[in-house]
Each structure stands twice: as C-alpha cells, then as structure tokens.
Design a protein around this ligand. Sequence first.
Ligand code: 3YP
Ligand code: ZN
Length: 382
Amino acid sequence: MSASRKVGYLWDTLYGWVDTGSGGFTPANPEAGLQPIGHHVAHADTKRRFHEAVQVSPLRKELTVLEAEYATKDDILRVHSASMVDSIEVQSRSDKGGDAGDGATPFGKGGYDIARLAAGGVKHAVRAVLQGEVDTAYALINPPGHHAERNSGMGFCLFNNCSVAAAYAREELGVKRVAIVDWDVHHGNGTQDIWWDNPDVLTISLHQNKCYPAESGYREHNGGGEGVGTALNIPLPPGSGNTVYESAVRDVVVPALEKFQPELIIVASGFDASVMDPLARQMVTQKGFKAMTQMVLDAADNICDGNIVFAQEGGYSPYYLPVCGLGVLEVLTGVETGFGDPFGALFSTQGVDDYFDHQKHEVAEAAKLVDNVPAPESISVS
Ligand code: 3YP
Ligand code: ZN
C-alpha cells in the first residue's frame, strides 16, 4: 500500500509536556473538597497516545514528518492583544506557571513557549501545504486553541492556533480567503471572535448546543460589520452521532465552503464529539470522523486544489481519541492501518447512526445560513 497523497504530520515531544496541573479540572482545593488527581481531564497523555498509535501503525512510513516551530510573538500578535500575550508570557516565567484567563486554563512554567510551539506547528503545516511540500497535513498540536479570544485565553486554550496560522497565510503567503471548519464538540468562540467582522475569513463551528462556553454558538450569531454571514454556527442536540454530523457537513459545511470559495481550509479537529468523551454528550465514532474527513477533503479538492490543513483541538478520551485520530489519517493517506475500530462493534448497536426529527430540524435550520455566506463576487463589488 502506498499513500494516495503526500500527508504532512507534525508532533513535538513538548506537546506532551503541557502541564495542566494536579487538579481534575480547576486547581485542587481541600476547602472545596477538590482532590488532586494524576490526570487533569485535559492531560497531554491523551494526545501523546494518538501520536504513539501512529508510530506503531503502518501510517508511520506513509506520513511526511514536519518539524514543529515556534510562532514568534509577532505571529501571535496578529490575532491577540499585547496585554493578553504579555500576561501569559510573564506568568510563564514563574516556577508555578499561571492561568490564561478564566481560572480553568492552567499552564506550567514555560507554557508560553509550548503554546507558541503549538501555533507554530499549524503555521508550518499551512506553509508546507501552500508551498507544495506536502499535499495536506495533520498538525497534532497541544495545547488547543479555538476558545482563545483576541483578549483572553479560556477553556484550556492559550493562543488561537488555527487563527495564528490563518493570519500568517493571509499576510505572508499570499492567501486572502480562508475558511476554518471546527468540528470540536465545543463552540469555537475564540475563532469566531477574532474573525467576527472580517469578510475574508469564514468560521464554521459544529458543536453540541449549549455545551461550552455558556450562551455561545447560537445560529443567530452570524458575523458582524463587513463580515455579516461569515460566522456560521451549527449547534447540534446532545446525543448526535455519525449521521447527524455527516448530514451537517454535507448539507451545511460543504455548501458554505463551495459558496465562499476559500483558497485554504483549516480544520479545527477536536475528537470530543466522540461517543466516549467525558466533556460532552455526542455519539460520533471513528466511522463518523472518517466520513467527515472524506467530505471536507473532497470539498478542498473541488474548491482549492486540496489545500486543507488539520489542527488538533480538544478530545479527552485516552481510550478513543487515538482511534478517531487514526481514522482521520487513514482517510488523508488513503491507507488503512488494519486496526479498524476496536470499539466499533460495541457502539454500533447504541444508536450512533440514528437521525431523529429534532436533529434533522437543527441541520435544516443551519442550512439556511448558507444563503448569508458571501460569494467572492459579492465581496469585490462594494
Ligand atoms: C473547558 C472548560 C469546560 C469545558 C472545557 C472544554 C474544552 C474543550 O475541549 N474545548 O474545545
Ligand atoms: Zn472541545
């Protein structure tokens, strides 16, 4: 077997050294009965296990290894305020690290540098794809980024990695129109915030309705100013599985991309919509992630010469995240690992492919938003 396209793959040992502390979620606190625990819910081991699964799979020799690189402070400042970046940089010098803004985004000493390494990983992946070094790429980065807004980190995210890479592509690589497709189960509020009124960056978020953050990701939130129609939210009911997600991609995401005609697509690839994830209540299995990957890959082939880059976001099942991740890489390379989905038989009888009327309704409502997405012509004529 040999890969049908040249797929870049990027991981760095330091991504596995992200220190989320010894609290389970917020810092341990005896007065509140919050016990310390070996694994914070966002412990880096979950993503390291994905990397190690890749290394023992036949994909190892099919992938083109890309080196992580540090995003510069100026790269970060394209999408974040100086006060926010400075706050993280200063706290990062402390032996005990700090928090990126909301009390639930802990980082250890040097966390600023690892966060720059994550953003720089996506930067490199984007450059490698746009310059033809590889056909497509998966940047298995950590910490994640999509909750980080212009002025604050939150929800385990320090810097908005996908946005740093999108801004880099726009300002240094001659690309104007970028689409960011976010299938992490939580709302990509930070990405939406950064590009809210920008008509040249389309942000699409599929997420569990009313999951996280609070009061965020409603369909009615559709972009502002010059960017009306370029923030697209697809909230899905709890309990949504493969068919719901596949339908949302087929009926909303792909038509929106076809209308917007981006030159580059970045996928914010979280695996926390999976049936085993502890931080959400969706039911996507490896099969659903593979189907979504095939659909956005085909869209990229049709729209922008296959210029699509995947960047890791959330995902908290150490058991199942590696399985979902391998599925995405199988589709990108066109090579099967031979591992299949070890949990597939168990979940296949639990309703993971159901598509109920209330779910169809939400997808149909979201599909109406495609009308608001600006086509290139409508932007150039003002
Ligand atoms: C951050 C705090 C509560 C929920 C959690 C979500 C992190 C995540 O995976 N975001 O995409
Ligand atoms: Zn998430």
